[in-house]
Design a protein. Structure first.
Length: 272
């Protein structure tokens, strides 16, 4: 991965306004932030207005308490006049061999259920045979690298025509992507959002909202047709705890758990 272009203009704004924007986004008062970070409300005020230059340690401490994404923590440091703290190691670097191997074992161990690893822009880093099964019949041009999970799901020639509750599932995915775009200020995510939001919805994509009667699922499922059956999945996304590298921080593992006994039985039967 390469550094996000959004970091460049951010650095020119100064660290004070950026910290204030993050604090307001998190709905935390200066007093509360100061208490968490072991500082004073007056010092936080001086930092935000540019009257005081924070140390690199304070910038990182404030960023941690504001749950600022790792890439944006580097942007805050640059805006304050310091070098980035977190490295950004290419995923194919030998230093990440153990991590990549662990992720591969994790998603293979999840078979026969689908699981995949995506980066910050939803490009697929790794996928297991459960995912490959769902992509049967998708045109080769959509499967050419870089494979993008959202593009594959919402494209009218991808999975979209097979998703029975497409309109509500599409709304869920677009809302999540829009929140991430606003949080990360990423041109890549914004371009992806504009692209997939413009895709036409194939006929038969279901209603705009869920059914009036609640479905017998504990969470919103993705219901996709496969080989004449309707498979129902619940999506779970996992990220790394306290990552120390930008690349690692932006990886996510998505697993699709069968939402009903019929789906589980069908996938287990295929694995025999």
């Amino acid at each position: 991965m390469t550094a996000d272009a959004s970091s460049v203009p951010a650095a020119g704004r100064g660290v004070g306004p950026l910290l204030r924007a993050w604090r307001e986004r998190r709905r935390v008062s200066q007093l509360e932030l100061a208490s968490r970070a072991g500082s004073s409300a007056r010092h936080i005020s001086f930092v935000e207005t540019g009257r005081s230059r924070p140390s690199a340690e304070l910038v990182l401490r404030l960023a941690e308490h504001l749950e600022v994404p790792v890439r944006e923590r580097n942007a805050l440091l640059l805006a304050a006049g310091y070098a980035p703290h977190y490295p950004e190691t290419p995923l194919d670097d030998p230093a990440l061999d153990t991590l990549r191997a662990g992720l591969e074992r994790l998603i293979r161990g999840y078979e026969p259920y689908p699981a995949l690893v995506v980066d910050a822009a939803y490009d697929v880093v790794a996928a297991n045979r459960g995912v490959t099964m769902l992509l049967d019949g998708v045109p080769e041009r959509l499967l050419a690298p870089p494979l993008n999970a959202l593009r594959l799901t919402l494209h009218p020639e991808g999975l979209a025509p097979r998703i029975r509750n497409l309109r509500v599932w599409r709304g869920h995915l677009l809302a999540r992507l829009e929140r991430q775009t606003a949080l990360h200020r990423s041109p890549r995510l914004r371009a992806l959002y504009d692209e997939v939001a413009a895709y036409p919805v194939p006929e038969g994509g279901g209603p705009e909202a869920g059914p009036e009667e609640p479905e017998p699922f504990p969470a919103l499922p993705m219901q996709v047709e496969h080989a004449g059956r309707t498979l129902s999945f619940l999506s779970s996304i996992s990220t790394f705890n306290t990552p120390m590298d930008v690349t690692v921080a932006e990886l996510a593992v998505e697993t699709l758990l069968p939402a009903d006994p019929a789906t589980a039985e069908y996938l287990q039967g295929r694995a025999l």
